[in-house]
Design a protein around this ligand. Structure first.
Ligand SMILES: Nc1nc2c(ncn2[C@@H]2O[C@H](COP(=O)(O)OP(=O)(O)O)[C@@H](O)[C@H]2O)c(=O)[nH]1
Ligand SMILES: [Mg+2]
Length: 533
């Protein structure tokens, strides 16, 4: 596939960063060594000298073996005067969030680029639980970083400003029967990249459209991929795996998103955001573009819940225009095939503590028919938000119910309140236990990272302790019941008035049994998924 050269505008402005032409590139042509492929004004000797200097500076600090590669490109061209963001140079240079240790400063950032990338990527690959096509994609990047055939090629331009040439942008558009608009969206995206001075490609991921969308997209200059698995999420996952740009921009193929917002997205990425969300509420929403129910009911409820659970602070969590750096893909752990994919991306970005930004986007009337089914798709989002968060779904209500009703000034110590208390305690415990199963399962199957709650619980509980605590509670209840029985026998089996202690015994015995069986069940889950020694 041939990516375009830098924009005419940039060449006219004489920008050394943007004027470096991107060579036509076919699949399989992964480019070569930095110094060999250099296009900018920096000479080969200067590039090599810079590489040597950076390696020398880096070695004592990192203790890692330097790579052969001279200079690692940053994903996007940066304005020459735009400096002093050491964290993000190091961050990109390392190619992996886990390897970002805040080297700070120009030289150290380069050092990170030279030394940290190989190890960080390799380690990341081992931990990588993303779908197989993402893993394959990532593996290619690792091979490149090891000095093999770097993905996309390495080019040095103006090392002095650290403004290295753009690796390009991939605009990914999922498309299902959008013949009315897809061609104009492809052209609009290309024009926007040209105007922004970045090289790039437009990928349209089709799911077997029957209205000629694919042909229209090809004619407009897009790369069209046909994805077998249906669904908005499936289409995006495939598109991301195929994307060649360092920055991926998402948008609908229905013409609803205004690509004049593109520079805003790219600026935020340059500024260090990992994921940039569009906000239709901060931009202009054309009358009739967003149904009233979506604007005033669905969107605020779902965004509000998402913010409550994950504290993203994002106003428009379901905006379809977004951008992110391709190297954060493994951290996004995307799996959902349907529309809930949109929530999954934000939730996982928040969980991975990625930096999320928001920029205004104008929202226009779409062409053609919407594929969003308000109730089923709204429910899929809600279901995802709840099920992905067993802590909130089970543990919090369980804990809230566990103590039973609050007893004020002794007056509530009557039998009905006690029955209610027993009921709430049992329900609370039940919900809590199920929440704990769900959480343990999610963590052991690596659907979720280990969190503080579970870690703290694990530190305190073991199978043996759980069994012992459960047995103790059960025996306590049994003793109380036994005491009631002996008192009753002593009174010659006359009238019996021991409802309160009997209720206490009932609760204690039930909780005891549940604790024992829960401990066994949790141990069984862990045993099943524990890796063989
Ligand atoms: N490939 C593919 N694209 C889809 C599918 N469902 C929706 N889309 C596309 O995803 C984008 C968003 O869907 P849309 O109907 O506009 O949803 P809305 O923006 O929430 O109203 C559009 O470009 C659709 O054509 C699907 O199942 N497969
Ligand atoms: Mg749309």
């Amino acid at each position: 596939m041939a990516l375009r050269g830098a924009s005419r505008k940039a060449r006219a402005a004489g920008d050394p960063v943007l004027t470096a032409a991107r060579p036509a590139r076919r699949r399989g042509d992964r480019g070569g060594h930095c110094a060999r492929r250099r296009r900018g004004p920096l000479g080969a000797a200067a590039a090599a000298r810079l590489g040597r200097l950076a390696r020398r500076l880096a070695q004592p600090l990192t203790g890692l073996r330097p790579l052969r590669v001279g200079v690692r490109p940053l994903p996007l061209a940066r304005p020459a005067g735009d400096r002093g963001r050491g964290r993000h140079e190091a961050l990109r240079a390392g190619g992996d969030r886990r390897s970002r240790r805040g080297y700070g400063g120009l030289a150290l950032s380069l050092a990170g680029a030279l030394c940290g990338r190989d190890r960080a990527l390799a380690g990341d690959l081992q931990r990588d639980r993303s779908p197989p096509h993402f893993r394959a994609d990532r593996r290619r990047a690792v091979v490149g970083a090891r000095g093999g055939r770097p993905r996309g090629g390495f080019r040095c331009v103006t090392a002095g400003s650290l403004a290295l040439v753009s690796e390009g942008v991939s605009v990914v558009l999922p498309c299902l029967n959008e013949v009315d608009s897809v061609a104009s969206v492809v052209r609009e995206a290309k024009r926007a990249m040209d105007d922004a001075g970045v090289a790039g490609e437009v990928i349209v991921v089709d799911n077997g459209s029957t209205d000629g969308s694919a042909e229209a997209a090809i004619a407009a200059g897009a790369r069209v991929i046909n994805e077998r698995r249906r669904g908005y999420g499936s289409a995006y996952m495939r598109g991301f795996a195929e994307a060649e740009g360092e920055v991926i921009v998402m948008a609908d193929a229905d013409g609803s998103y205004d690509f004049s917002a593109l520079p805003g997205f790219l600026d935020r990425i340059r500024d260090g955001d990992d994921l940039v969300m569009g906000s239709r509420f901060k931009g202009r929403i054309e009358p009739g573009a967003m149904p009233w129910t979506h604007r005033h009911v669905g969107s605020p409820i779902l965004s509000g819940l998402l913010n409550l659970l994950y504290r993203t602070g994002i106003e428009d969590a379901h905006c379809g225009m977004r951008a992110f750096r391709r190297d954060v893909l493994p951290e996004l752990r995307l799996r959902m095939p349907g529309m809930e994919f949109a929530s999954e991306m934000v939730v996982n970005a928040a969980r991975a503590r990625l930096r999320i930004g928001e920029v205004p986007v104008n929202y226009r009337m779409r062409g053609g028919k919407s594929k969003l089914r308000t109730v089923p798709d709204g429910w899929r989002h809600l279901r995802f938000l709840m099920l992905y968060s067993p802590t909130h779904l089970f543990l919090v209500p369980g804990l809230a119910l566990l103590p039973g009703p609050v007893i004020v000034l002794g007056r509530l110590f009557d039998i009905h309140v006690m029955v209610l208390g027993a009921l709430l305690t049992l329900i609370g415990f039940q919900v809590l236990a199920i929440g704990l199963y769900a959480k343990t399962l999610a963590v052991t199957l690596r659907l979720q990272p280990m969190d503080r709650t579970l870690r703290a619980l694990r530190a305190v509980f073991s199978l043996e302790r759980g069994l012992a605590a459960g047995a103790l509670l059960f025996v306590l209840g049994f003793i109380v019941d036994f005491w009631i029985a002996t008192e009753w026998a002593a009174s010659g089996f006359g009238p019996l008035n021991a409802v309160r202690p009997a209720l206490f015994a009932l609760v204690a015995m039930l909780l005891g049994l549940q604790t024992m069986f829960s401990s066994l069940f949790l141990f069984a889950i862990e045993l099943q998924v524990r890796e063989p020694a």
